[in-house]
Design a protein around this ligand. Structure first.
Ligand SMILES: Cc1cc2nc3c(=O)[nH]c(=O)nc-3n(C[C@H](O)[C@H](O)[C@H](O)COP(=O)(O)OP(=O)(O)OC[C@H]3O[C@@H](n4cnc5c(N)ncnc54)[C@H](O)[C@@H]3O)c2cc1C
Length: 372
């Protein structure tokens, strides 16, 4: 006899696990099917920055959603630690966005006028706080709210907590198809066995395009490969994340500095290249010369799931099927995971939703519509 669940989630990355946790907390019977191991997709490649202010420029629904998600991490840190005994390693020291020229300084100072929560710090202040940086900097935008977490710890904490709350989480179980049954439920077929679910959530990151096609959804999903490296050094002493020219250095609690990340469109290969890693080192050297003598610990790459317009798809199947999508989180899936989990929970439980978020992330906005 096939096993029944109320909600079947395809994909065990940070998005799928956040949804599982938020539903399991409400007593819903949840199944997560993950083709490999939990958290080994884009989630394991991420630096973990919670860059609501540094990544998003407009004060729109997407920005508000990101800010809510960022704030949720403070509650989740305690909640998940109590349940799972896993520390998500939330670091709240903020971020410096550097200016290396007067023109860059002027454009960063202009941001201060638009956002109350950011400050302009002149060169002397920045160097006093972060003496490892080059004396050639002109100053920096200080963004106190943009901290960071450990993505793999967050994913593991969501997963363990969901599981302790009754969710079933199966690794090495890829879903091949979603089929509607005669009783208006959905059958999820895997090589091991098939499962029957009342609701299905497609949350398998860059691989969601496979189900878009199968379900007749005309929405795009492309990989944007990102390469990173991590180093250790006694000569580098950073308190805050440093951001310059699409490149960043994140000081992790275990003494490593994570440096990222390249942006290579349409590349499905997750092996980092010499050229990619070299380009990161070349960008970091002028802002932090001591990087040259640091010890190289690791290099890796992952695939960011990019939708047609760079915003995630979070919403219900356009024809009212009880199939939901939570994918396309691109550069900010770690930041957006908590609020995405809450939004999908509320959609499935028919709770009141924020209309602006529904419109901003719907599958039928501008680029996405059913082919049928
Ligand atoms: C180099 C790099 C740096 C990044 N840095 C940051 C950052 O600092 N801050 C931030 O917020 N975001 C960052 N991101 C983005 C973030 O990592 C992603 O947006 C996020 O991890 C997406 O999560 P996900 O759960 O949707 O996808 P994934 O983590 O990729 O999870 C999808 C899962 O689905 C599984 N799967 C696929 N097909 C199937 C199937 N048919 N059946 C079952 N399971 C399936 C996969 O095995 C995978 O585990 C970064 C990404 C990269 C690559």
């Amino acid at each position: 006899m096939k096993k029944h669940f109320d909600v079947g989630i395809i994909g065990g990355g940070i998005i799928g696990q956040s949804i599982a946790y938020h539903l399991a907390k409400e007593g819903v019977s949840v199944l997560v099917l993950e083709s490999h191991k939990i958290g080994t997709g884009a989630t394991s490649a991420a630096a973990g920055m919670l860059g609501a202010n540094s990544e998003l420029e407009n004060n729109d629904a997407f920005f508000q959603f990101a800010k809510e998600s960022q704030r949720s991490y403070h509650i989740l840190r305690d909640e998940l630690s109590e349940l799972s005994n896993i520390n998500i390693q939330l670091v709240d020291n903020g971020m410096y966005k550097l200016a290396m020229t007067e023109t860059e300084a002027e454009s960063l100072k202009a941001v201060v006028k638009k956002h109350e929560t950011v400050e302009w710090h002149p060169k002397e202040v920045v160097l006093e706080r972060e003496p490892t940086l080059s004396s050639l900097i002109k100053g920096a935008l200080y963004i106190p709210e943009d901290g960071h977490v450990s993505p793999t710890h967050v994913c593991a904490a969501f997963s363990k907590s969901a599981s302790l709350l009754g969710a079933t989480i199966l690794e090495h179980t890829p879903v091949h198809s979603i089929t509607k049954t005669a009783t208006n439920e959905y059958e999820l077929s895997t090589p091991v066995t098939d499962f029957i679910c009342n609701h299905v959530v497609v949350a398998n990151g860059v691989w969601s395009g496979y189900f878009f096609k199968q379900l007749g959804i005309n929405a795009g999903m492309k990989p944007v490969k990102g390469e990173c490296l991590s180093v250790k050094s006694n000569e580098i002493n950073l308190e805050r994340t440093i951001f310059y020219d699409h490149c960043y250095i994140v000081p992790k609690g275990d003494g490593r500095f994570v440096i990222g990340a390249t942006m290579v469109e349409d590349d499905w290969n997750i092996v980092p290249t010499i050229g990619g890693i070299q380009s990161l080192i070349d960008k970091i050297k002028p802002i932090m010369p001591s990087i040259s003598s640091a010890q190289l610990i690791d290099t890796w790459a992952g695939l960011r799931p990019q939708s047609d317009d760079g915003r995630p798809y979070i919403g219900q199947h356009p024809e009212g099927e009880k199939i939901y999508f939570a994918t396309g989180h691109y550069r900010n899936g770690i930041l957006l995971a908590p609020r995405t989990g809450m939004m999908v929970r509320d959609l499935i439980l028919n709770k009141q939703q924020n209309e602006d978020y529904m419109n901003a992330f719907s599958l039928t906005r501008k680029h996405a519509q059913t082919m049928r």
